[in-house]
Design a protein around this ligand. Sequence first.
Ligand code: SAM
Length: 225
Amino acid sequence: MASQVFKNKTFSSVYHKYMIPISKETLNMVLSFVQGKRNGQPLEMAVDVGCGTGRYTIPLAPHFKKVLGIDFSKAQINLANQYNLLDNVSYMVAPAEKLPIENDSVDLLNAGLAAHFFRVDEFASEAVRVLKKKGCLAVHGLYPACDIEYKDLSHDLTVVMSEVWKILYQHADKSKDHLLCQYESIYEVIPLKDKQLFQDILGENADSVRLNVNVKHYCVLARKD
Ligand SMILES: C[S@@+](CC[C@H](N)C(=O)[O-])C[C@H]1O[C@@H](n2cnc3c(N)ncnc32)[C@H](O)[C@@H]1O
């Protein structure tokens, strides 16, 4: 399974250093959705599943009383703990398919760039179990192919990048199918009536001052009745 690679300590630190930055646009959509029907009621508990080194966990912290990051990789959780300076953030090693969380206790269950690795039907049942009434599920990811802007080489670089992805896909497992349909397959499985799928969310990920990597993000937002 592709996700086993995250259990490797060296991979984990390379991932944290070089992975495409998180999508601020998506994070803002998630936060507006969660706050949407709350009438100013305070947000108590967010759980970030497949949290990795905490790249989405930490930005959630100012908006909730407590944030728990969960990941099945000890290597990722060790790094997340090293980077954490906040009192209201904690981490645990556990699988997405069997969350160590009480029923009806979570305001936001978030999974960034991770749900395509999960056994999605089991994770979806866990989501329904742990969410409070009006609690929200947010699962989001990014489309692997991307447009690259660099001087007058933008077109050529973008074509090369697409070719690279085509070759990589041949060696990828079924998690890539969720990415290629921009989480439509995950949207279908979520057993909540109030749900929406947003695709082609553009965010500029300036990789450096010289190179712009324009990545498309997508997001499923759902609310428990
Ligand atoms: C691409 S990383 C994303 C990490 C983080 N959310 C981020 O945006 O940087 C995917 C993470 O999902 C975790 N993961 C994969 N399958 C999992 C599972 N079944 N249960 C819990 N964590 C899982 C991996 O260990 C990895 O840290």
